[in-house]
Unconditional design. Sequence first.
Length: 127
Amino acid sequence: MDDLFSIRNTTKGKLPSLPFHQIKDTVLGKKYSLSLVFIGDRRSKILNKEHKGKNAPTNILSFPLSKKEGEIFITPSVAEKQAPKFGKTKKQMIGYLLIHGLLHLNGMRHGSKMEQAEKKFCKKFNF
């Protein structure tokens, strides 16, 4: 790990073994500074209410801080609940969510272009 990428797990659960650094570098490049934080339902609900006006925990929130810096919050418990709906394991779902958040940090919005990019990266990392 370097000073351009930090991962913090604030949950009691164990993180899946994923190539987080490689995924970040592939989607955003080596010079992008990212903070990736895994949070519980309570903190997710608070952040989602503050920033999106929704009173429920969410799977992921991404916040661009500048053109080359951002932070992502992933809620593993929500990812685990949603994984079967997407035909994914919890590990695959967390990988997919990371890709999804990274694409948002790269300026993409929901739509067919974003879905194509998600499919491309998910295929590359076997999600």
